[in-house]
Design a binder for this molecule. Structure first.
Ligand SMILES: C[S@@+](CC[C@H](N)C(=O)[O-])C[C@H]1O[C@@H](n2cnc3c(N)ncnc32)[C@H](O)[C@@H]1O
Ligand code: SF4
Length: 345
């Protein structure tokens, strides 16, 4: 699939829930805490059907996200189903990490795999089900600040979750840190050390105005350039790695004197951000969104539930791709019509 602007679509981000066990200030503002009714959420079977159609149209990479995807029952069985879809070569999950160290038996999900005497962690179960990569959110190593940002005291669980993910042997593990001026400037260097000690790729993400307008203002916005300056003041000049890409919009650098790579996702300040965009998003309530930073969304659940054939749904995908904008609208006073948590970051 290719749009009018030359974007080749090979990556579908699938949000399977708008629910979450955390309440990050930038994602889920207090006034918007209301879940969608169950019947409005795509079933796993519907998701698998749509992913199968996307795969026929050239999508090779799927990332499962949310809300917090690991809070949805049956997620292991679902990811196993996604991994088995012909054409899907790369399957990743984005998670806040809080549930990764939990024995799956405790999560009352269990998929359909055999039970072993030693309970597998959620991380192991995901790996065994065919997940190749995990992105884990971690904005700070300071437990008190973590509570302020996420509204929950789950820092220990996340750290345990990261260790569980390391032990599970994923092909790629990344940590994502949202940059917030006046909040986590002092965390950048400790987070780099933390990631370096564990051989993880750490990425710094600019805050985007995806939930309410108050999320982002001059007070709390930290540009990737500012973050780079803070990091360079400690480590020296970062070494650009123009040739390294992970199928996303991040730019990567080496820390001087170390064998460590860090990334920056500058949706707000990198003017070339959208040029290589290869993504579509499917929200948990069945809307296809051609761009995270645009109002455009198209309800594919409705025709599907009304009996659309696979050929109809294929055509639907192609028409959505046709409407993909050249670039996002974040810099033009874009106001979201849904919360980040209901889009799937
Ligand atoms: C919406 S979350 C969903 C997956 C999972 N719950 C997690 O936290 O990783 C996906 C990513 O979006 C990021 N995110 C949420 N709101 C954001 C915002 N306003 N600006 C930038 N990134 C945001 C989160 O930090 C996370 O890395
Ligand atoms: S960023 Fe992730 S963990 Fe935080 S509220 Fe949003 S969905 Fe939940």
């Amino acid at each position: 699939m290719q749009d009018r602007h030359g974007h080749r679509i090979s990556y579908l981000r699938v949000s399977i829930t708008d629910r979450c066990n955390e309440r990050c200030t930038y994602c889920m503002p207090v006034e918007l805490q209301e879940w969608l009714p169950r019947g409005d959420i795509l079933t796993y079977e519907e998701n698998l059907r749509l992913i199968g159609i996307a795969a026929e149209l050239g999508v090779t990479k799927i990332r499962i996200t949310g809300g917090e995807p690991l809070t949805r029952r049956g997620v292991i069985g679902f990811v196993r189903g996604v991994a088995q879809i012909p054409g899907i070569r790369d399957l990743g999950v984005s998670t806040n990490g809080t549930l990764l160290a939990r024995p799956v038996a405790e999560i009352a999900d269990l998929g359909r795999g055999p039970r072993s005497a030693t309970a597998a962690t959620m991380a192991q179960a995901l790996r065994t089900a065919g997940v190749r990569s995990l992105n884990i959110s971690l904005d700070t190593l300071d437990r008190h600040l973590y509570v302020q940002i996420t509204g929950r005291d789950f820092h220990d669980q996340v750290l345990a979750g990261i260790e569980a993910a390391i032990n599970a042997g994923f092909e790629q593990l990344k940590l994502n840190c949202v940059l917030m001026r006046g909040r986590n400037e002092d965390d950048l260097v400790p987070l780099i050390d933390f990631a370096g000690e564990r051989n993880l790729i750490l990425r710094f993400i600019e805050l985007m105005p995806v939930s309410t307008t108050e999320v982002l203002d001059d007070e709390n916005f930290m540009s990737i350039l500012h973050a780079q300056r803070l990091i360079e003041a400690h480590f020296g000049k970062l070494i650009p790695e123009a040739s390294f890409r992970t199928n996303g919009p991040a730019t990567y650098y080496q820390i001087p004197g170390r064998n460590q790579r860090i990334g920056f996702i500058g949706a707000m300040t990198n003017l070339h951000f959208c040029e290589s965009c290869n993504k579509l998003r499917l929200t948990c309530d069945g809307k296809l969104r051609p761009c995270l930073g645009s109002y455009l969304e198209f309800d594919i659940m409705k025709p599907m539930r009304a009996g659309a054939s696979d050929a109809d749904l294929r055509q639907f995908f192609l028409e959505v791709v046709e409407r993909k904008p050249e670039q996002h609208d974040f810099r033009n006073n874009y106001q979201p019509n849904r919360r980040m948590i209901a889009i799937g970051g």
